[in-house]
Design a protein around this ligand. Structure first.
Ligand SMILES: [Zn+2]
Length: 101
């Protein structure tokens, strides 16, 4: 009766961990990881829902998105220095990954 052979799917390629928890809203760190694709309109509809939902409840992220969205690339780099340390670290790693790819 107890099917102990069934394990949760950890097989899917989901480095952000966002889509693996569709019932949970994204947190600030996950939002940062999606930010670049969000402003480029490259997110799926579902991802956009999560981002929009987070923005409605998180003023700092909303403010940062607005700055980031309308800033040229050079200014974006400068913006990263204004975010909290934790976010900055995420943003830097995110942008590095993005520019390298
Ligand atoms: Zn936030």
């Amino acid at each position: 009766m107890s099917g102990s052979t069934e394990n949760p799917r950890h097989d899917g390629k989901d480095p952000e961990g966002v889509m693996s928890n569709p019932s949970r809203p994204v947190d600030c760190q996950q939002l940062v990881e999606l930010l670049g694709e969000y402003v480029d309109n490259q997110l799926t509809a579902e991802q956009r829902v999560h981002v929009d939902y987070h923005m409605e409840q998180c003023a700092p992220c909303l403010a940062f998105l607005r700055q980031y969205k309308f800033a040229p690339q050079a200014v974006r780099d400068h913006l990263l220095q204004a975010v909290p340390v934790d976010l900055e670290d995420r943003l830097l790693s995110f942008l590095k990954k993005r520019t390298r790819g």
